[in-house]
Design a protein around this ligand. Structure first.
Ligand code: SF4
Length: 329
């Protein structure tokens, strides 16, 4: 029986350290996989190229494709929305924008007619877990090989990671292995130094977490840093908000506010599209991020818990100590 080793790489420090452990141990049949959400910073793509070249380890890129599902949604809008009496201008606006752009994150949101939220965090599964399973893991299963999925999660990141085992069996010959589970942040950066690998440069530019930029769970201070250092990211999200808004039946979609988000003025769900965009758009969220504690009460709408996207699989980087990460980078 052959053993295949798959390391999920995000461009973040923990998954990089995990890959470095696998390399240091001269792990056989090693494959690194990066699930490209389409919402990554260009420096992360450059970093993956650097990592690939420096470690001489190929990193397979996988991307979700929503072409079929968007086509299905078009049919649904053309028939069901009209049957439901949705106004013709809304139907036509949605049909105009329901075209695959080739960007997985944007296409997912256009298809859903909304952005993911902390309560409906479908992004991790749709953009990361499923493409990896469908494009890498499943084709390898059924060959009688043992498959080991290396995950860069650490117990001190969040409650749902604290009690994970170092090794567990999923079934069908697939195992999860978490070699850095007991590591702290300095150990993660020490592994980079030891192996002569630079951490993702975003850590030294005010980012506590590397992955989607921005992540729907990004902290207030991270959003402020992003707006300050990478205003083009905010411009892109602003464009995406307009497109997803057009695909939404109620004509409102904001990056940070899930459909059930609460605001001091009431539930977002009860507001008109215009009201929602006025108080909860990315531009408004950036303004809020510049306020001192106790400023406009957008805290109710934006998740400030940095551990919120810490899926047990380590698919989304969830470091909650930006200071240590910045110092160590
Ligand atoms: S990094 Fe954030 S926005 Fe991106 S997939 Fe993970 S939870 Fe979703």
């Amino acid at each position: 029986m052959t053993t295949q080793n798959i390391v999920s790489v995000s461009g973040g420090k923990d998954s990089t350290a995990t890959l470095l452990v696998a390399i240091a141990l001269e792990t056989e049949n090693l494959q690194a996989v990066f699930a490209d959400t389409g919402n990554e910073h260009p420096q992360t793509y450059e970093y993956l190229d650097y990592l690939e070249q420096t470690t001489q380890t190929k990193i397979t890129r996988v991307r979700a494709d929503f072409t079929q599902r968007i086509a299905g949604k078009r049919k649904f809008v053309e028939t069901k929305w009209r049957e439901q009496g949705v106004s013709e201008s809304v139907v036509l606006a949605a049909l105009e924008v329901l075209q695959p752009t080739g960007n997985p994150f944007l296409d997912l949101c256009i298809w859903k007619g909304r952005f993911p939220s902390r309560k409906a965090q479908f992004c991790t599964m749709e953009l990361k877990r499923d493409p990896m399973l469908e494009q890498v893991v499943m084709p390898m299963m059924g060959r009688g090989d043992m498959l080991i999925s290396w995950q860069g999660v650490r117990a001190d990141e969040s409650l749902n990671r604290r009690y994970l085992p170092e090794l567990d069996e999923v079934g069908g010959g697939l195992f999860n292995y978490r070699p850095i589970l007991k590591w702290d942040i300095p150990a993660v950066f020490e592994a980079h130094r030891y192996m002569g690998i630079k951490p993702n440069p975003l850590y030294s530019q005010g980012m506590g977490r590397v992955g989607c930029m921005p992540c729907i769970n990004c902290r207030k201070d991270e959003l402020r840093e992003i707006a300050l250092r990478f205003p083009e990211v905010i411009d892109r999200i602003d464009r995406w908000e307009r497109m997803v808004q057009q695909a939404s039946k109620r004509g409102a979609a904001t990056f940070f506010a899930g459909s059930n988000a609460k605001h001091p003025r009431g539930s977002i769900a009860d507001m008109t599209a215009l009201e929602v965009m006025e108080i909860a758009s990315i531009r408004q969220a950036v303004e809020w991020s510049k306020t001192a504690r106790g400023g406009i009460q957008y805290d109710l709408m934006i998740a400030t818990d940095a551990t919120a996207c810490s899926s047990a699989y380590g698919l989304c980087d969830s470091s909650d100590d930006a200071e240590i990460a910045r110092e160590a980078a």
